[in-house]
Each structure stands twice: as C-alpha cells, then as structure tokens.
Design a protein around this ligand. Structure first.
Ligand code: PEP
Length: 252
C-alpha cells in the first residue's frame, strides 16, 4: 500500500525508557490500522530500544549530521542511526532551523546523507507568522522545498515533505483547511518542478498542532498525505485517534 497515509510522531526532547510502554501502546494501535503507515521519532537515546520494542510502527530520528563520521562532538550520523534501528530521519525541523541555524543547504546535505545511509527522510518546511502576514508564505515555503530537497539517483520514493507553519507548532493554532490545501498544492507544483513526474509520488504531511479534534479536517485538505505530530504523539491516547482519522473508512 504505497500511498497509504503516513502519521508520524515527533517526540522532540521528551522521553526516557519509562515511555517505552507508551510507544508499545502506539505500536499495538498501529497494528489495528494497516491502512495507515505510522512512525515515531523519539530522542536519539531511545531509538535503539524503541526499534527493538516496536513491530508495526517505524522508528526514526529527529536529526542527523551530514557527515558519516569524524570529529563532530555531540553529533550523530545517519549510518549510526541505521545501525541503531532507525528507518527514517526528520531533517530541517523549524526548531533546528531556528535554534541551530540550519540553512536549506545544510538540510539538503543531511537529507542526502540519510538517503546514502539507506534511510528515508522527512524534509520539513514552513513559514513564520511574519512571513505569512507579509504575503510571502508560499514563496518562502516553495523556496525552502526547492533548496532543501535531496537530489540523487532513485531517491524520490524515500522522500517525504512535511509542511509545518512555524506559527502553528505547539501553539494550538492551525491554518484553515483551504490555506493548507493551497500550500500543499504549491508544494506539489514545486516537487514536480524539482523531481519531474516522480514528484507526484512524494507524500506531503501537514504538521502544526494536529490533534484528535482537528485531524480529520486537516487530513482531508488537498494533497495532504498524512501528519507530523508533536505534542499529541506523546501518548497512545492522544496519538491513536489521529491514526484512526487517517484510516480508510472501512478500517474499523
Ligand atoms: C512538530 O514539532 O513537528 C509539531 C508538529 O508539533 P505540534 O504537533 O506540537 O504542534
């Protein structure tokens, strides 16, 4: 089922081994909805234990270094993540772009490193509130897509894009369904420009304050292929209703 919706939890800097029980509960829930692909990205310290514990949901990381090894104290490389059991990496999250100065070209290098290590990537893009207010949201986001997307032979099936308006992350505010659809259409057009016809197969996730109450609406917007979920991914009780919202109507 290559086009099934993809619901990914980003645990950010949350979680110790005590939370593996929650991850197992998410995994059991994911097994009940085979029409949805589920992923969880815990902090680095939990990747290995979670990869061993989960059977249905895929396990990923929230960042990687662009180099495979070397004198980069405190960093973790893509091959190391693969070795720990990760199957995907989120790159270019707005918190990393803002707090760690990551530029589009750095994000692209990280994405290419992840793909070279055999992982899948989720490339995050999104405008700030000031950029939206200035009428620049679409230009900013499509510019980020164009400059952050990895390039290379045969990579497109392993690339996902996540549109996450910065002002919607962790705030409880979400764009209108029309605005989400308009942005996702613009991202699709850019994907087709960047990757040619293959750009049609790239999933575009929406992220930013997705929860059980708004998921069905947001997932129904044009060109939305799933969701990247922060706060509401930390417990099975909050996360599984979002997975259910993405499931085919005949799944339950
Ligand atoms: C995120 O950080 O990727 C995110 C979407 O967070 P939240 O769901 O908490 O807004």
């Amino acid at each position: 089922m290559p086009n099934r919706p993809y619901i990914v939890g980003n645990w950010k800097m949350n979680g110790t081994r005590a939370m593996l029980a929650e991850a197992r509960a998410i995994d059991r829930g994911a097994a009940r909805y085979p029409s949805v692909r589920v992923g969880v990205a815990p902090p680095f310290t939990l990747v290995s234990a979670m990869a061993e514990a989960l059977q249905t949901a895929s396990v990923g990381a929230q960042d990687c270094h662009a180099e495979a090894s070397g004198a980069f104290t405190g960093n973790v490389s893509a091959p190391m993540l693969g070795d720990a059991g990760a199957s995907f990496v989120i790159v270019g999250h707005s918190e990393r772009r803002a707090m760690h100065g990551e530029t589009d070209s750095m994000v692209r290098a990280k994405a290419e490193a992840a793909l070279a290590a055999g992982l899948e990537v989720i490339v995050c893009v999104g405008e700030t509130e000031a950029e939206r207010d200035a009428g620049q949201a679409e230009a900013v986001v499509t510019g980020q897509v164009a400059a952050s997307l990895p390039q290379g032979e045969g990579i497109v099936p392993r690339v996902t894009v996540a549109y996450e308006p910065v002002w919607a992350i962790g705030t409880g505010r979400v764009p209108s369904v029309d605005d989400v659809g308009a942005m996702h259409r613009a991202i699709r057009a850019q994907l087709l420009e960047s990757y040619g016809d293959e750009g049609a197969i790239v999933r575009i996730l929406y992220g930013g304050s997705v929860n059980a109450g708004n998921a069905a609406n947001l997932l129904a917007a044009d060109e939305v292929g799933g969701a990247l979920v922060g706060g509401a991914s930390l417990t099975a009780d909050a996360f599984l209703p979002i997975v259910l919202a993405a499931a085919s109507p005949d799944a339950e």
